[in-house]
Structure formats: structure tokens, C-alpha cells
Design a protein around this ligand. Structure first.
Ligand SMILES: Cc1ncc(COP(=O)(O)O)c(C=O)c1O
Ligand SMILES: Nc1c(O)cccc1C(=O)C[C@H](N)C(=O)O
Length: 378
């Protein structure tokens, strides 16, 4: 199982992360590992920016941080500057995006992929209720769209199976019936090249605590393309989305740009921890990240697919993200015992073992150690 001869152009990047070598961490698709520079940045933000500069820091970079950090994420998702804002949670951004997408529509339905991560389905249900539309879960292979479809919400990578959807093809399908598409990029941002502008995606959301390593609960992002910004009807009219927040006007006038998607005061400590975590992306090429992710997951798959009782449910080939999901009737117990052996993945009910591979810090040896541990348990 040795991988000594394997070339890994990202091998040196692991040193930028604060990881224990005796732990095989394969849960970066749930909570990314901390880059080493984050602790010092947070210390700087607390001690100097907050401590010494106090409220002056709002006009020394804090106020614009949601757009500035948004532009850094924009580079990773194929969005030109001024179209991504970092704010709130993915759930809240989904609410804003879906409410804006159905605003003023005379169409009847919202479609959501049937295997969606629960929060997307719950939020889509609320938006349907509030807007008087119906919600229809559908198989992404057979969306059955029509001219009654207002908006389609799709997960780029399925959190359970790791399947990657064809964003180009599906976006085109949705546009062909005159509907809008909202993409949830939680499991794809930072591991594969994404081209939101080039594909004319209507709206997109994603979290930053998985493969972007922003830290627990780091703020999410929302993409609103420039041409859609004037028509982006913000349902949560908080003051930070106002055109002139400090005018303290009694009337709400939205910011003309992407800032209209902001709501309330940003969580600066978390936002600037994320900003620091994003530094690592200045040193890597997403194509290399993708290539390594495919190689890591293929290697792990090869090592585990013939183990007794295991069924691999992650698609083979290129239509997959950076996790390998295995079905086994004793998945919960197996994962508990793997974690006892310092191999950390996760379990998704009822019977799925998930192993996420973060190409910036996971190694081929991690894949081997995890496969060996699982083999011994089985
Ligand atoms: C596809 C997807 N959407 C949304 C979320 C989470 O949303 P939030 O950031 O609001 O917790 C997750 C993971 O928690 C997810 O996997
Ligand atoms: N967001 C999470 C959290 O706050 C606690 C524990 C896990 C999570 C996750 O991100 C779960 C993840 N989205 C999943 O794919 O299952």
C-alpha cells in the first residue's frame, strides 16, 4: 500500500495547517482544519484592532470586510469582483436567495433536489409557504421542469453520496424553461473549479467552514451577479444592506450593489479568521486541488471497495466531489470505533460512513491508514 513514489504537488501545503500527525482527519467536508496563521490573526484582531483601535476599526477595514472577503471567495467560484458577499449562515442566505428569486413571480412552483441537505429543504418549504408557491422535491436526473417553475435549488455536491451535479447542463435546463437556479456550493467550494459568471448562474450560496477552513460557524457567502443586483429584492431589510446605513434614515433604500444582501452587523472575529484562512488559496491552483482530490478519493475507494459488507455509494468517475461514502449496516458503530482509533470521518443516518478528503492537508497515507483501520474492524 506504499505511496512513497507518488508525486503530490500540494504535499508542502499540509505544513500550513495545525494538525496532529497521529490523527487521520477525514471530516474536512464538515469542519475544515485550522490553517496555522489563523490563531495569530485572531489574536491581532482582538488585541490590536479591537483592543487598541476600538470603534475606529469599523472605518479601518471592518465595515467593508464582507465584500472584500467575498471577492476573495469570488475568485474561487468564477465570480468577478463585487458579486459575492460574506454574511450570515448558509441557511439565512438560502432564505434571502430563494425569497429574492420568487419575488414578483407569476409562476407556481419551487423545485428542490430530493436528496438535498435538510436545511435547504426546510428553508425552501418556508419560502414556498410565505410566497404562496408549492414546493416540489425532484430527482436531479429528471427535474420535470415547465413554464410553471419559478426557481430550482440544487446542491452542487450531494452531502450524503458525494455525487457532483453537472452545473453547466442543469443551469441550461433551468434557463430553458425561463426559471432561475440557486446553487448550494457548500461541498464544492474550494475543491473544484466553479464558473458562476460563465454559466450565468442566477444565485449561489455556500458555507466557509468546510473546505475553505474558515472555522466553526464562520460566515457563509452569497453570490448575486451584477446584472441581477438591481432586482435582488432583499426580504431581510436590515440596516447594513441600506444604501446609506449611517444616514439612519427611517426608510429602507437598498444598496445598489451586492451589499444589499447584507442584513446586520457582521461577526468580525469570525470573518477575519476566515480572511486569514483564505490566504492559503493564494498559493495553490484549483486544478491541482481537484486533481489531488480525485486521486485521493480514487485511492481510498480502491482500498475499501472490496471489504466485506461495504457498498461504495459515491459515483465513480469525474462526477463526484471529494468524499467517499460507504454504506454498511453497522455504520454508526464502525465510525465510533474508527474515531477511537484516531480516524475521524462521520456517520450519516441510517447507514452511511463518510470520508471527506481535503486535498490541502490530506495525504495518500491518510487514505491508507483509514482503509487499514476500517479493514481491521471489518
Ligand atoms: C449542502 C449544505 N447546505 C447548508 C449547510 C449548512 O447550513 P448552515 O451554514 O446554515 O448551517 C450544510 C452543512 O451544514 C450543507 O452541507
Ligand atoms: N455545520 C455543521 C455543524 O454546525 C455541526 C456539525 C456538522 C455540520 C455540518 O456542516 C454538516 C455537514 N453540512 C454535512 O454535510 O453533513
Amino acid at each position: 500500500m506504499g505511496t512513497g513514489a507518488r508525486t503530490d504537488p500540494l504535499a508542502h501545503i499540509r505544513d500550513l495547517f495545525d494538525l496532529d500527525d497521529d490523527v487521520v482527519y477525514l471530516d474536512g467536508n464538515s469542519l475544515g482544519a485550522p490553517p496555522k496563521n489563523v490563531a495569530a490573526r485572531v489574536q491581532e484582531v482582538v488585541s490590536r484592532q479591537w483592543g487598541r483601535r476600538l470603534i475606529r476599526s469599523w472605518s479601518e477595514g471592518w465595515w467593508e470586510a464582507p465584500q472584500r472577503v467575498g471577492d476573495r471567495i469570488g475568485k474561487l467560484v468564477g465570480a468577478a469582483p463585487g458579486q459575492v458577499v460574506v454574511a450570515d449562515s448558509t441557511s439565512v442566505n438560502l432564505f434571502k436567495a430563494l425569497m429574492a428569486a420568487v419575488h414578483g413571480t407569476d409562476r407556481a412552483e419551487i423545485v428542490v433536489d430530493a436528496g438535498t441537505f435538510p436545511t435547504d429543504g426546510y428553508i425552501a418549504r418556508s419560502v414556498a409557504e410565505l410566497s404562496g408557491l408549492t414546493l416540489r422535491p425532484a430527482d436531479p436526473d429528471d427535474l420535470a421542469l415547465s413554464d410553471t417553475t419559478a426557481v430550482v435549488l440544487l446542491n452542487h455536491v450531494d452531502y450524503r453520496t458525494g455525487r457532483l451535479l453537472d452545473m453547466a447542463k442543469l443551469t441550461e435546463q433551468v434557463h430553458a424553461v425561463g426559471a432561475k437556479v440557486v446553487w448550494d456550493l457548500c461541498h464544492s467550494v474550494g475543491v473544484l473549479p466553479i464558473e458562476l459568471d460563465a454559466l450565468n448562474v442566477n444565485l449561489a450560496v455556500g458555507c466557509t467552514y468546510k473546505f475553505l477552513n474558515g472555522g466553526p460557524g464562520s460566515p457563509a457567502f452569497l453570490y448575486v451577479p451584477t446584472e441581477a443586483q438591481p432586482g435582488f429584492h432583499q426580504p431581510l431589510t436590515g440596516w447594513t444592506g441600506h444604501r446609506s446605513p449611517f444616514a439612519m434614515s427611517p426608510d429602507y433604500t437598498p444598496d445598489p450593489g451586492v451589499s444589499r444582501a447584507r442584513v446586520g452587523t457582521p461577526d468580525i472575529i469570525s470573518m477575519l479568521a476566515l480572511d486569514a484562512a483564505l490566504d492559503v488559496w493564494d498559493r495553490v491552483d484549483l486544478e491541482d486541488v481537484r486533481a489531488k482530490g480525485l486521486a485521493l478519493t480514487a485511492h481510498f475507494r480502491d482500498l475499501v471497495e472490496d471489504l466485506p459488507g461495504i457498498e461504495v455509494i459515491t459515483p465513480d468517475g469525474e462526477w463526484r466531489g471529494h468524499q467517499v461514502s460507504l454504506r454498511h449496516p453497522d455504520a454508526a458503530t464502525l465510525m465510533r470505533r474508527l474515531v477511537e482509533r484516531q480516524v475521524i470521518g462521520d456517520h450519516r443516518p441510517p447507514d452511511v460512513l463518510r470520508f471527506g478528503f481535503a486535498p490541502l492537508y490530506n495525504t495518500f497515507e491518510d487514505a491508507e491508514r483509514a482503509a487499514t483501520a476500517l479493514g481491521e474492524l471489518l
